[in-house]
Write a protein that binds this ligand. Sequence first.
Ligand SMILES: Cc1ncc(COP(=O)(O)OP(=O)(O)O)c(N)n1
Ligand SMILES: Cc1nc(C(=O)O)sc1CCOP(=O)(O)O
Ligand SMILES: [Mg+2]
Length: 530
Amino acid sequence: MAYGGVILSNSLSFYQKRIVMSSRVQEKNGGASIPHVLSVAGSDSGAGAGIQADLKTCAARGVYCSTVITAVTAQNTVGVQSVHAVPEDFVAQQLKSVLSDMQVDVVKSGMLPSVGVVKVLLQSLAEFSVRALVVDPVMVSTSGDVLAGPSILSTFREELLPMADIVTPNIKEASALLGGIRLETVADMRTAAELLHALGPRNVLVKGGDLPGSLDAVDIFFNGEHFYELRSSRIKTHNTHGTGCTLASCIAAELAKGSPMLTAVRVAKRYVETALEYSKDILIGNGIQGPFDHLLRLKSGSHSFSRKDAFNPSDLFLYAVTDSGMNKKWGRSMVDAVAEAIQGGATIVQLREKDVETRDFLETAKSCLAVCRSHGVPLLINDRIDVALASDADGVHVGQSDMPATVARTLLGPEKIIGVSCKTVEQAQQAWIGGADYIGCGGVYSTNTKANNPTIGLDGLKTVCSASKLPVVAIGGINASNAGTVMGMGVPNLKGVAVVSALFDRENVLAETKKLHALLMEASSSTKMQ
Ligand SMILES: Cc1ncc(COP(=O)(O)OP(=O)(O)O)c(N)n1
Ligand SMILES: Cc1nc(C(=O)O)sc1CCOP(=O)(O)O
Ligand SMILES: [Mg+2]
């Protein structure tokens, strides 16, 4: 399907088109259309996965969801007791009923129990255009029951995947789609993503939740050009039934709202992680794998807030710290520079303004926040807690001569992120006691960006990292020539690098960020293999 590229590269024209297409209806009803996902999947009587998970996910994400049911399963938290496939012509009838009447933005497919149902779906998509197709290649339920047999594999490979804007297999599904190859490491997952991409989908997300021996849940995203290693913390819970369906339908929902693909994937991962954390202790059913609560956001206040909701240490991977002087020198606005950095792979942004009027700082913060929020990337404010509060940024970064972390925490409350600059083990200990979320440790190398900044070198960085109870980001003189060395050391708690000039004192922020991201990926994957 050639539609996904439109979403990736030009979400505005997507909306303009949709407005034109639905203008007749809107004129008639005087209403506005809302983003719409059509879920083509099986029903789960236990309501943790399938159609029911998709409906709840879209509701939680503020997106309309229509449904085409391909099979009715009798299942619960113990397993799948029985499957009743809906006749193919009736699946076709449901597709026609929805697609001939409603303006669907994104189709998300889940359980497609027969070759005939896949073909019926493809025929409908040829007849009625939608903007994107998200394929969750469901084959085996989380309880281990087979939901689509091996006879369907060649149709998935040859006909469905080439139409997909993204395909989201777990390890077992990726292996099955690739003829049973062994997938045991993150490096294997990258290979699988590349091989699956060669089958035709525009993007591939290989989900590593089942990968043995990894502390984080690592997924590999590949867009044909770049690999992204997306990490989230592994939540200790039995309530994981339906995570695959939920992730795919959340990606579809975010695409329907107009997000670029990588942003949609990032937001979806964060949503699943938050929902799992929220539901980790709920008890539904007597089986070994329970469902989780998709509608957590609608219940804020009924459950105590967890720090994990606010901050994910893997966000420190490529930390872009802005500098308006550098951006001015290269003739671009702060917002454009931040947008390019995010597009290139920056995972968190800090607005560092030393010589601006407070009012201008606030306005810039608000504009940058809009860009960051639309991409699911946190925005922190350097030094200024008042600006962070007034702009509703995601947090602050403070140094040893700024507001102490403990005071910042009191002022900002539990939901904001706080980072503290530390050069010593004692400072790192104080930051932890003060309620910080991470520490920035440097200067690793000398830099022209910050005058008279003492350096601690790689040895100083190692000492602080090893003693720190908080995740660490390295800073100071880091660029494409040494980022690999810093990340490649594989020291405990070191989650990424923070850079100013290597991104912003350059002509092309997008290209420099991509380059640095690729180097960091390479260095961190090689340390994991050691
Ligand atoms: C991620 C990160 N680490 C360290 C710093 C430095 O903060 P600070 O010591 O307060 O110095 P200034 O940035 O305020 O000059 C940082 N900004 N970000
Ligand atoms: C803002 C800042 N803090 C540092 C510290 O050591 O805490 S070094 C630094 C400047 C980093 O800029 P560049 O990436 O251009 O070297
Ligand atoms: Mg400071």
